[in-house]
Design a protein around this ligand. Structure first.
Ligand code: GLC
Ligand code: MG
Length: 521
């Protein structure tokens, strides 16, 4: 009773991770945008050999798994999300042998390789589409074709659906004399999941990559898979079965399936019961410059409280489709969000470059912003030519001119850098408290978000984030079982606070906007 009472009063919520857990349940997942990560052959485009050359770096960063955005053959209208062959490697990134070495070398480091799976559409250059246009079987119905409506002598699309990017979601094809559906660009015709042969083709593609040693998939744009939400979830379950069956029959590898869906929480949560290990949680991306500690606590509550029992949480703070973390919310909030992502329970997702606090690159082009993607600029490795990304001074996207001072090499030797802060926090992910401990979250002194991760007494991590512009003094004894003396582990960069000192848990001073981490071990 006493424990129950204590839980109700002091614990805003508890989240226990099951003890037998699979590797992906607490992984640190690193998203690589291959074209911008590392160029090994000087053509100005990042490539697979470039990634291989940087595996050391990723292992040192304590990354557990790499997720590569698409490297498939493509005409690059949508930067690889328009694949013209789902089982071939775009020559720009290298060869299939390079991919095989990448998988092998990554596994040698005990890291995993996850691929982007793009089931919703192919490129219009894909052989399937060409054959579908021509009416060749079995491809005729691989895409969603509809006759138009004649209106005043002109052909009108079958309905008023709009593409996510712009204009009608239907494009007329003269040869086929019909409209085809495309939720994104007209170069990305939607595949038709009501066609049994197509469904089988996609499963074979998953098997193809599993045979290459791939450890899981990030499934792209799932809300647009089928224009029927239930069929959508059903496909997810079928892919789960394919993956599990492969493991059972062939290699016993436990594989992870993650989906991208920017929908509301209840739609998202249904993926958990449809065979998906976790849908990406973009909740922390709602934090902005004005967010208060209470706002953030509400975000955490809504993300965690609604999770099905035993499900795995995850925290995405940036990706190739959104402005970069520090550009979105400024450096202080960014360091706060980094602490949340790395130290809340379960999976932490890091977008390449965010670990050194890279901002968006300035935009030089007049093209609409969707296609300039300032968050996809080359990784800033050092202060040599093209930031050490390429030996070529011309790179596919301009390097951010701030690379002279903001780069990994420089950050490594500056104790108080974003990178060293990130690394220090990431290294705590090995602690039992962070890997599988309980979570308690509180708002203290109005605007300090405080959370603890705790396995048992003497195995705890406390994170304090001051969302205000004032100094705050908080009492951590408000958390259950807190040691009266806590070792100060690390603070967000730029505060001049030195690590290692012991502080009284009942009176901890936090400078304005600071994040402070304490460890009791
Ligand atoms: C996914 C990708 C995005 C792409 C879109 C359409 O949302 O993350 O980069 O533009 O699909 O292909
Ligand atoms: Mg290259």
């Amino acid at each position: 009773m006493k424990i129950f009472f204590a839980l109700c009063v002091t614990t805003l919520f508890l989240c226990t991770v099951k003890s037998h857990h699979s590797w992906w349940q607490s992984m640190s997942l690193y998203q690589i945008y291959p074209r911008s990560f590392m160029d090994s052959d000087g053509d100005g485009n990042g490539d697979l050999r470039g990634i291989i050359n940087k595996l050391d770096y990723l292992a040192d960063l304590k990354v557990d798994a790499l997720w590569l955005t698409p490297i498939y053959k493509s005409s690059m209208v949508d930067n690889g999300y328009d694949a013209s062959n789902f089982t071939g490697i775009n020559y720009m990134f290298g060869t299939m042998q390079d991919f095989e070495s990448l998988v092998k070398r990554t596994h040698d480091y005990s890291m995993k390789v996850l691929m982007d799976c793009i089931p919703t559409y192919s490129s219009d250059q894909h052989e399937w589409f060409q054959k579908s246009v021509a009416g060749d079987e079995p491809y005729t119905d691989y895409y969603v074709w509809k006759e138009g409506k004649k209106d005043d002598g002109t052909m009108q699309p079958p309905n008023n659906w709009r593409s996510v990017f712009n204009g009608s979601a239907w494009t007329w094809n003269d040869k086929r004399q019909a409209f085809y559906l495309h939720q994104f660009t007209p170069s990305q015709p939607d595949l038709n999941y009501r066609n049994k042969d197509l469904v089988e083709e996609m499963k074979d593609i998953l098997r193809f990559w599993m045979k290459k040693g791939v450890d899981g998939f990030r499934i792209d744009a799932t809300p647009y898979l089928v224009e029927n939400q239930n069929l959508n979830y059903e496909m997810m379950q079928q892919w789960r079965d394919v993956v599990d069956e492969y493991a059972k029959k062939v290699d016993q590898v436990s594989r992870v399936l993650m989906v991208e869906d920017y929908a509301n929480i209840s739609t998202i949560m249904k993926y958990y019961s449809s065979g998906i290990n976790f849908p990406f949680n973009f909740g922390l991306m709602d934090i902005n410059n004005l967010s208060t500690a209470t706002d953030v606590k509400n975000i955490l509550d809504s993300c965690i409280l609604k999770m099905p029992n035993g499900a795995t949480a995850n925290w995405v703070v940036g990706n190739h489709d959104n402005p970069r973390l520090v550009s979105r919310i400024g450096i202080h909030r960014a360091t706060a969000v980094t602490a949340l992502a790395l130290l809340l329970p379960a999976v932490a997702v890091t977008y390449y470059g965010d670990e050194i606090g890279m901002p968006d690159a300035p935009i030089f082009s007049k093209a609409p912003s969707k296609f300039t993607d300032p968050e996809r600029s080359p990784m800033q490795w050092n202060n040599s030519t093209s930031a050490g990304f390429s030996t070529n001074i011309k790179t596919w996207r301009p390097v951010n001119p701030n690379y002279k001072t903001l780069n990994l090499a420089f950050a490594k030797v500056s104790d108080d850098s974003y990178y060293n802060y990130y690394k220090a926090l990431a290294s705590l992910r090995n602690m039992h408290a962070v890997r599988s401990g309980n979570l308690q979250v509180k708002v203290l002194e109005n605007d300090v978000l405080a959370f603890s991760r705790n396995k048992k007494k003497k195995n705890s991590v406390y994170v304090l984030i001051n969302f205000s512009e004032q100094n705050k003094t908080v009492n951590l004894m408000e958390f259950e079982n807190t040691d009266p003396e806590l070792a100060f582990y690390r603070a967000s960069p730029g505060l001049g606070l030195t690590s290692g000192s012991l502080m009284n848990a009942n009176e901890i001073n936090i400078p304005p906007t600071a994040t402070m981490v304490f460890v009791d071990s």
